[in-house]
Ligand binder design. Structure first.
Ligand code: MLT
Length: 206
């Protein structure tokens, strides 16, 4: 549904209105339905899953890129702002606790999640970043102390190097976030180990 909210999205309400909300952000070529099954990793949470508004050769994304791993930073800034506004509007519309919104994004979805953390502090309490890269390096760095982040990346990812993962962790730490990094014996595809660490981490943040 879309309604008065700007993004096509799926919303699944939690049994208890005061529950946390998991903001599910798909990868390139996904849509608002893709990540919904991962809601099982945080039982009892509201699920909010928008579809990225960019189309790259027919594949939805959350922001434009110029090439693989080379981002259109001006577009990224605008789209991160639009997504942050959507999250705030959705929280008001669905009467969610806006202090308990936690992102879980894969690849392009992880990259827009960390961009929202860095560009719009306070909108997200934290997030699980699966196969994440450095989205941008804001100057000056914002203060996002209190934001909790789990990065779960692959040791042999052809798209995201281990140096890139370490650079992302350091960037978020320098901004004040509490960052945990888990390595999977994997490439860009998700593995059972990703779901296991995400589930345990989501349990600890609720
Ligand atoms: C992707 O395939 O989505 C990229 O690796 C990450 C991105 O473009 O944000």
């Amino acid at each position: 549904m879309k309604g008065d909210l700007e993004f096509e999205h799926v919303f699944q309400p939690a049994p208890h209105p005061s529950a946390p909300t998991l903001l599910l952000l798909h990868g390139t070529g996904g849509d608002e339905h893709d990540m919904v099954p991962l809601g099982r990793l945080m039982p009892g949470a509201n699920l909010l899953s928008p579809r990225g508004q960019i189309l790259e050769n027919g594949m939805p994304r959350f922001f434009r890129r110029l090439a693989e791993g080379v981002f259109d930073v001006e577009d990224l800034k605008r789209r991160a702002g639009n997504l942050a506004d959507f999250v705030i509007a959705a929280a008001a519309h669905y009467r969610l606790d806006s202090s308990r919104i936690i992102a879980m994004g894969f690849s392009n979805g992880a990259n827009i999640a960390s961009a929202v953390m860095l560009l719009r502090p306070g909108v997200l309490r934290g997030g699980v970043l699966l196969r994440a890269m450095v989205p941008l390096e804001p100057q000056p760095l914002p203060s996002i102390t209190g934001t909790r982040v789990l990065i779960s990346n692959g040791e042999i990812d052809p798209i995201v190097s281990t140096e890139e993962t370490e650079r992302l962790a350091r960037l978020l730490q320098r901004a004040g976030a509490d960052v945990e990094v888990h390595w999977q014996p994997a490439g860009h595809q998700l593995m059972p180990g990703d779901f296991a660490v995400a589930k345990a981490w989501l349990q600890s943040i609720r």
